[in-house]
Design a protein around this ligand. Structure first.
Ligand code: ATP
Ligand code: MG
Length: 231
């Protein structure tokens, strides 16, 4: 009932999903990702990319088929066991009322300040933290008014990598960053992802330089799947 540490494989088998019964959003999705591999997903707006990641995190139940992580059907796992190993960075970040430290570590007291600072350094958030009046003890309030959109994304990335996940999903990770920050971030994400399996969702192929395989989604179906060079 728990997933092992380290990179894990992922399998979607005959997955169908809809938010409302009358409108299928994912249609017969079949694919596998090997441990440590990186899959890029592209497709037009509304093609089902975010829905695929929500199904993987069990934010919704699928209608039929099976999703396996590390060989285990995710419906057989308790949610905390799933979330301990699978992390997602979405298009927006939720902050809660509490210290900067707690917001980053999500109250996991096993995460040392040293590791927090090292990770923020790599992801380019360290300067922002050092500029806060009380560093990691600085109080943040819900809504995150003190973060720019780009900083909020770096924040979300840091939070996920601090959990040392086995599988990471980045949904449009760099959509709000300037070019220089995006480049720096790509290098950092590349390093941090070397220890896990990754799914990177993007609108354009150009932003997926560091993936092994690419899936093209269209209207809830897999249109193409293969090595980056083949597409
Ligand atoms: P984008 O590139 O704009 O992020 P996407 O590929 O991530 O698009 P999804 O968000 O997965 O697309 O949406 C796929 C379909 O599901 C769309 O038709 C969308 O309207 C629908 N949809 C998404 N979220 C919900 C929801 N919470 N309830 C009902 N329908 C939804
Ligand atoms: Mg989306």
């Amino acid at each position: 009932d728990h997933l092992p540490a380290g990179a894990l494989d992922l399998e979607f088998k005959g997955v169908n999903f809809s938010y409302n019964e009358d409108k299928p959003v994912l249609k017969d999705i079949n694919f596998t990702v090997k441990p440590g591999e990186r899959l890029g997903i592209i497709g037009r707006t509304g093609s089902g990319k975010s829905s695929l990641s929500r199904a993987l995190l069990r934010l919704y139940n699928i209608d039929s088929g099976v999703i396996r992580v590390g060989g285990t059907d995710i419906t057989k796992l308790k949610l905390p066991a799933l979330y301990r190993r699978v992390g997602m960075v979405t298009q927006d970040v939720q902050l809660f009322d509490g210290s900067l430290r707690d917001n980053l570590t999500l109250f996991d007291s096993c995460v040392s300040d040293e590791f927090v600072l090292e990770t923020t350094e790599r992801l380019g958030l360290r300067q922002w933290i050092d500029a806060q009046p009380e560093g990691l003890d600085t109080h943040l309030s819900t809504g995150g008014a003190s973060l720019s959109a780009g900083e909020a994304q770096l924040f979300a990335l840091t939070r996920v990598f601090l959990t040392q996940p086995s599988l990471v999903i980045l949904d449009e990770p760099s959509s709000r960053l300037d070019a220089a920050t995006e480049t720096m971030l790509q290098v950092a994400v590349d390093q941090l992802m070397s220890r896990c399996t990754g799914i990177i969702i993007a609108h354009r192929l150009a932003t997926l330089e560091q993936v092994d395989k690419i899936m093209v989604l269209g209207d809830g179906r897999i249109l193409e799947f293969g090595a980056r060079e083949e597409l």
